[in-house]
Design a binder for this molecule. Structure first.
Ligand code: ADP
Ligand code: MG
Length: 484
């Protein structure tokens, strides 16, 4: 299927092909006809599935672009406001549509001026409510979109949203998008939508096949070594490392910096300016590793992230899906790598079941394996390198005192030092050990979630003891392997 089948206006088809979109994504295929037919709609699909274009394209196609704000999009954060408005701008500009963003922390007058000139506004709830309440602006949009509704709920914007809708005309087409559907969001939908059609992109459809998912089993104390070894081996162009807490982000950032990586970190209580600055540096490739918490990385849209590392496995499946969705975007291939302790194997199984996906169990490459790979990469690099005039001069100078083979040996030694792999020989568990642990986990009752919630209750003591034993056993096996 192509975008042609929606019979969009020529200007819009032009913009779609300029954007390099060839085939509509599942959520786009289903939503676009419903929206074009004038229905209210509620759409549920994971991040990165193209929800912005799913509502943006049909709305832009239906806009007349004549007077005032015809489309209002409400998003939870300033950063998303900018992202969504960029995307809508590129589809609307061929039709002459003007887009404005509305968020807190900037001067009112300029913003109001821009709103008055715009056809589409993308706003965060706080500032929008402010402007409407104080009657600084009056809106009469035909199309209203509530994007990332579940995130609005998480951020405590529910009351603002309800209040904003009291200022909007009854005669409008309303669309709501959300990655998950908690019951408060369903209730909100009943309040603001009129006979909505719903589009749900099911689990199998939403699992992005462009992302390879792997996990490695390591002991608690090996996480840093494992991460370093894997980064050394995979040599990611751009990667994100997810941590559970800000504290961990800070610690890991200093550690990775001390290991010579260009690192930036992102966490919840960062100033907006600093946050944008950091994200820009990452997008531009000035930073190769991004270390973040879940919350901080919400909605982060960087297209060429090659690897996502879960330093710790996230507790709930939605977070997992969200995290790994930061890679494999826009048709690129991506790799999602999760480090787990033997105790956390059950969490892997639970997430696999929830998400309808498979994570492949892998063994961390040994020091020698990484060294061999790096040596061979270096040989390739030498074979492909171009000789520069200054290099020729340098060798000439060296030849006054040394023969050519000695010079070559010396130069190779210097280069080799740069790719010297550090750390212990083996890290983490091998395939046999992992298999045994998985068998044990299967024989245990209940899932990780229940066990950790009911900690201390008699019924679960046994499985706790078992899993602890699993951990110890893993370590002992490890030592044996080292000795062999
Ligand atoms: P979501 O809102 O579901 O998280 P986005 O709308 O932000 O997803 O889209 C994610 C990325 O995919 C964006 O960079 C967008 O430009 C791109 N994209 C969306 N739809 C398509 C498509 N049909 N073909 C190619 N790229 C697309
Ligand atoms: Mg979105």
């Amino acid at each position: 299927m192509t975008f042609k089948e929606f019979n969009f206006k020529d200007t819009l088809n032009q913009a779609i092909s300029d954007a390099g979109f060839t085939e509509p994504s599942p959520v786009q295929k289903e939503s676009i006809p419903i929206i074009l037919a004038g229905h209210d709609m509620i759409g549920q699909a994971q991040t990165g599935t193209g929800k912005t274009a799913a509502f943006g394209l049909p709305i832009i196609n239906m806009m007349d672009g004549e007077s005032g704000v015809e489309t209002l999009v409400i998003v939870p954060t300033r950063e998303l406001a900018m992202q969504v408005s960029d995307e809508l701008y590129r589809f609307g500009k061929t039709a002459g549509l003007k887009t404005a963003t509305v968020y807190g922390g900037t001067a009112y007058n300029k913003q109001i001026e821009r709103i008055n000139q715009a056809n589409i506004i993308v706003a965060t709830p706080g500032r929008l409510q402010d402007l409407l309440k104080s009657k600084k602006i009056k809106l009469n949009p035909k199309f209203v979109v509530l994007d990332e509704a579940d995130e609005m709920l998480d951020m405590g914007f529910l009351d603002e949203i309800k209040n904003i809708f009291t200022y909007l005309p009854k005669d409008r087409q309303t669309l709501m998008f959300s990655a998950t559907m908690p019951k408060q969001i369903k209730a909100l939908a009943e309040q603001i939508l009129n006979n909505p059609k719903s589009v749900t992109i099911t689990k199998s459809e939403r699992t992005n096949t462009d992302i390879t998912q792997k996990f490695y089993v390591v002991s608690e104390y090996e996480r840093d070594d494992a991460l370093l070894r894997l980064i050394d081996y995979k040599n990611p162009s751009k990667c994100i490392i997810f941590c559970r807490m800000k504290k961990e982000v800070d610690r890991l950032s200093s550690y990775m910096t001390s290991q010579g990586f260009k690192v930036a970190s992102l966490h919840g209580d960062m100033e907006q300016k600093q946050r944008e600055h950091t994200i820009r540096a990452f997008k531009q490739g000035l930073v190769e590793i991004f270390i973040a918490t879940d919350v901080a990385a919400r909605g982060l849209d960087v297209n060429d992230v090659s690897h996502v590392f879960n330093y710790h496995i996230p507790f709930d499946s939605e977070s997992y899906v969200h995290r790994i969705g930061r890679t494999g975007r826009a048709g690129n291939k991506g790799e999602a790598i999760t480090l787990v302790s033997p105790n956390e194997l059950r969490t892997i199984k639970r997430i696999e079941k929830d998400v309808g996906t498979t994570m492949i169990s892998k063994v961390i490459p040994t020091r020698q394996e990484v060294q061999t790979k790096k040596d061979s990469d270096l040989l390739d690099k030498i074979a492909q390198a171009k000789i520069t005039p200054s290099a020729v001069d340098m060798v000439k100078t060296l030849q006054h005192d040394l023969d050519i083979v000695t010079i070559a040996h010396l130069l190779a030694s210097i280069v080799q030092q740069e790719i010297d792999v550090k750390g212990k020989d083996t890290i983490g568990l091998n395939q046999d050990e992992i298999k045994k642990l998985i068998e044990r986990a299967k024989n245990q009752k209940g899932d990780g979630r229940r066990n950790s919630r009911n900690r201390g209750r008699g019924r679960n003591n046994r499985s706790r003891r078992d899993s602890r034993r699993g951990d110890r056993r893993g370590r002992r096996d490890n030592r044996n392997r080292d000795r062999n």
